[in-house]
Design a protein around this ligand. Structure first.
Ligand code: ADP
Ligand code: MG
Length: 453
């Protein structure tokens, strides 16, 4: 509110510089270096990318981190908007006017990613129930299956389905107010409104929605006031036949910190589960994805990926992206041999699904000879805070847990504490190679323990 000129170019460049320090040069050259700051307005930065393909990759790999970092550095929520325009690198000057990637006639919904539609969701036995329920909700919002709860492991298509519901409703019921929000943002937003003494604005916003899509409700755990607020929002929306869809990484009954009365309300509609896809479904997903990129990938390469990555669709896509990057940069045809060579590491890495915070904590605590409880304790002595920071850093590096969730798991700390810990470790590693190798060996150990688990 205080800044009348919303020029976020400085904060953008700082963010990129900060991220650059965290990734390899090759990765930086392949992705972040292709972004060009275009302009900004209140709460938004527009960035130019050279192709749709790069756009998809950047969104998948970095948008969340970019937005988190922007918020850290600027102290406010800044969303990113991408436009696709050919350019050869960030140093290049602008040429043709940008094309905003929206479908004809429909304005873009700011919280929904147009890539997530029912049309490009492959239905297989692992997700038929969830997908059909989602389609039914999209056809008949607020009437069919209310609330709908979709649960399942990481990278199995929960966000895709819930966003597809949003996109379909946005297209077919233009007047409906749709809110898509992750539980983490919901929490942060609520806390910010409380701090600024504007809870009514928060309440108004959410209780006036026609469709509430709340992603990853497992990240709501332990935040009692937020849960209470959500409970009232839920009741208000439900009574008025407004559509509500939740996603969660586990059955709702297993949400440890949520009161039973809330769980039973949230689970009172239809609960569906997405499981790991079968070989056929994995093959169909990759084939469709490769076709949409108009990239010639032989079936034997798709077969290779599907045989080696079995539980997580996001990991399947990541393997494909590696090949895409390779083809783009080295401009070689993708053969079985190149695929085998390029994907060796991705295949040998244990799939992330198995790595839990619990295994990380145990491994780190064992290594430093402290107790599990010490990792969550309030005490700030160096003997405890060092291992704690290492454990938080590793969790951030090798799992998909959000900052808030990591903070909760390590003694109810907030997301900025986690971020601070990660930065500290990163900086220390630069000057202390011993720490870096200790962390590498811990990560190795954690992955081994995860395979055994
Ligand atoms: P989750 O929210 O369950 O962690 P996402 O919805 O983010 O998983 O899915 C991870 C990636 O896999 C996304 O890019 C998504 O488009 C893709 N994906 C998952 N399931 C399917 C499917 N059945 N068909 C096509 N793409 C899928
Ligand atoms: Mg998700």
């Amino acid at each position: 509110m205080s800044d009348s000129v919303h020029d976020y170019s400085a904060v953008w460049h700082k963010t990129i510089a900060a991220l650059r320090r965290e990734i390899s040069d090759a990765e930086y050259m392949m992705w972040l270096n292709k972004l060009i700051y275009e302009n900004s307005a209140e709460g938004r930065i527009t960035v130019c990318v050279p192709s749709k393909l790069v756009l998809e990759e950047i969104s998948r790999r970095y948008s969340q981190t970019l937005e988190e970092r922007l918020q850290e550095l600027s102290g406010k929520k800044i969303s990113l908007e991408f436009i696709v325009r050919k350019h050869s690198g960030p140093q290049e000057k602008k040429e043709a006017p940008p094309v905003v990637e929206t479908k004809k006639g429909i304005t873009k919904h700011s919280q929904l990613n147009e890539r997530y539609t029912f049309e490009n969701f492959i239905i297989g036995e692992s997700n038929t129930f969830a997908a059909n329920a989602a389609i039914a909700v999209a056809k008949n919002p607020g009437k069919a299956y209310n609330p709908l709860l979709i649960y399942g492991g990481v990278g199995l298509g929960k966000t895709h389905l819930v966003q597809a519901i949003g996109n379909a409703i946005h297209k077919n019921f233009e007047e409906k107010k749709i809110i898509y929000v992750t539980a983490e943002s919901f929490t942060n937003e609520f806390v910010a409104h409380i701090r600024e003494n504007t809870p009514h604005r928060f309440t108004n916003k959410y209780r006036n929605a026609d469709v509430l899509l709340l992603d990853d409700i497992h990240f709501l755990q332990k935040t009692e006031r937020t849960l209470e607020e959500l409970f009232h929002t839920f009741n208000a929306l439900h009574q008025n036949n407004k559509a509500i869809v939740f996603t969660c990484d586990r059955p709702i009954a297993e949400l440890k910190y949520m009161e039973d009365r809330i769980k039973s309300r949230f689970g009172q509609g239809l609960t569906t589960n997405i499981q790991s896809p079968s070989y056929e479904t994995r093959f169909a997903i990759l084939k469709k994805k490769a076709d949409s990129l108009s990239l010639a990938i032989p079936d034997e390469v798709i077969d290779l990926i599907c045989n080696n990555i079995t539980t997580n669709v996001r990991a399947l896509e990541a393997a494909l992206s590696t090949l895409v990057g390779y083809a783009e940069l080295v401009s070689k045809k993708i053969t079985l041999e190149t695929a085998q060579a390029q994907l060796r590491d991705q295949f040998s890495a244990p799939q992330q699904n198995n790595v839990t915070i619990d295994i990380i904590k145990r491994t780190v605590a064992d290594y430093y000879g402290i107790s599990l409880g010490d990792l969550s304790a309030k005490k700030k002595t160096k003997a405890l805070s060092d291992p704690r920071q290492v454990a938080m850093y590793i969790t951030r590096e090798i799992t998909e847990y959000a900052l808030t969730e990591i903070g909760q798991e390590f003694g109810g700390r907030d997301h900025s504490t986690v971020l601070h810990a990660c930065d500290k470790i990163k900086n220390k590693m630069k000057t202390a190679p011993a720490l870096e190798s200790r962390i590498q060996s811990l990560i190795h150990q954690i992955k081994e323990n995860s395979v055994k688990a």
